[in-house]
Design a protein around this ligand. Sequence first.
Ligand code: HEM
Length: 462
Amino acid sequence: MALVKSTILLCLVSASHSLLPRVATTGRFQSQACSAASTPVELEDASSNKSILPPGRPTNRFVRWLFDDTIALLSPKDMKLLNRKEKFGPIFKTNFLLRPTVFLTDVDYIETFSKYERKNKHSFEAFFPPHHHKLFGENSLLVLSGEKHTRLRGLIMASLTPIMTKSYEPLIMESVQSFLKVLRTDTKDSYAELVPRIRSLFTGIMLQVILGTRDVSADLVNDISIWALGLVAPPLTALPFTTAGKAMKARARIVEQLKKLMDDRSILDESGLLARLLDASDEDNGRLSKGEIIDNLFALVFAGSDTTAAAATSICLTLSKNPGLRKTMSENPDNIEPFVTQVLEAFPSAPFQMRETTREIRVGDYCIPSNWLVAFGFAAALSDNVPPTPERLKPSDDKAPNSVAFGRGPRRCPGRFLACSELEVMTQALLDVELELEPNQNLEQQYTPGFFPVDGLKAKVV
Ligand code: HEM
């Protein structure tokens, strides 16, 4: 676990090195642009209605390395970060990857910033380390910003609407049923670690939804896992023998396979997401190019597999700890959706998302200089939420895809309807299965970066 975290850290920190010269030159700018750039007393000025920096740690370029919060941000349940929230309030400044960063830790601020982002699209850009751009591809929603992001997002979302998503449910149900059948056999005499199995279940489901069939080649699954490892490895994509270099090679092989499928529609299942993306068009008759589709299939697999797998693991854990929930949902299936919403909010799978400001922005009394990072801290904002209990489950008009666990604003999760379908199907199937947890295991969940129990959730079907 520690190794994974330090690898991410290593990879992100090394990635940030290429950004450092830019940060250093903008550091001078920052103190000129907003008052009180490095003094820790800005909060006192808040009532004066003057534009000031949020309170928090010093972000002065000479000392920011002493006050860097990268590790606390990568483990958002870390008490240090929550203490910081208690000390400075829901919005505070700190440093991430040695860059000055404003951290939003409550729903109101996330909503305010998201509204600002929607109205002022050119004020923010997506932020990912440079080697992620190579692994995702230049047309990926994850790395794009501005008009191109809006155009591609509209075309992609048209294939992920609730109606489109409904049509994938039989495929999802079949995969979940066969997963539980195998699990029942494999755990007849012993416990098994559920986390690796659930992760491969949800990567498999994402690929099946894309291709429209359960028949996904083992080579493709294997190449996807090699590619995904590159995202949490040191950013050495140019060196072919490194994990990131191998990931780039796996990417090239996946691209070849996808191109073949797109060039010969007779071998492509028309009910899959890939076929729908090929046919998608917007009101100006704009369409997605094959390159744009390919880059975004990587985005969907990356953003849609481990997040959903982590939520499904939290569902297994919650049901095993509180058997009364199964009864409440079996008696009234309308309770399944609030159950999924409450699980998503008690165990947020996507801890935070970063943006970079492209100009000075002002929100309320606060001013955030150009070239700062802004972290939308979904997990910190939901940190007071507790797991569902039978008493708290009642059908409601609050729909799971509206949960803040999926973000807000112009980058809000486009896969939220699909994710909720997958999780509702999984919950439904688990109502007929009792999972017994192995005693004496560590059930604490940690971001690695997916939010999974430390010991892999050892359980058996009884
Ligand atoms: C429980 C499951 C999931 C959770 C909790 C989740 C959460 C999130 C969050 C918080 C964001 C960031 C929003 C922001 O930057 O403001 C996001 C973005 C994204 N998600 Fe999801 N997600 C889930 C499942 C999925 C699935 C299944 C897909 C694919 C079908 C998907 C595709 C994406 C993409 C492509 C983005 C980037 C959108 C953009 O930048 O415009 N996610 N998700």
